[in-house]
Design a binder for this molecule. Structure first.
Ligand code: FES
Length: 95
């Protein structure tokens, strides 16, 4: 599984509300959304089950899951928010 050596800080924007959140190096997108009181769907929190899949509208994903196919990863249109991060400073998600 390709990973970057270190986690970087990036921002996400939720399409539905326009809300933005900064994702620190020590937390996942899923962690931050839960802490913000949102109710994202999840189960394994390890990139294995596929439940937390989210559509990506803008930005480039650093895929760290083991559930997406190579074609899905290459499409840059979906991501698992429990483990995957961003290669760009900002991701816009269909949430
Ligand atoms: S919660 Fe299982 S893949 Fe994210």
């Amino acid at each position: 599984m390709p990973t970057t050596p270190e986690n970087t800080v990036f921002d996400i924007v939720l399409k539905s509300s326009g809300a933005s959140f900064t994702i620190p190096a020590t937390k996942s997108i899923l962690d931050v959304l839960i802490e913000a009181g949102l109710d994202p769907m999840y189960d394994c929190m390890r990139g294995e089950c596929g439940i937390c899949r989210v559509t990506v509208l803008e930005g480039e994903v650093d895929h760290r899951d083991v559930i997406l196919s190579n074609a899905e990863r290459a499409s840059n249109k979906v991501m698992q928010i429990c483990v995957s991060r961003a290669l760009t400073p900002r991701l816009v998600l269909d949430l």
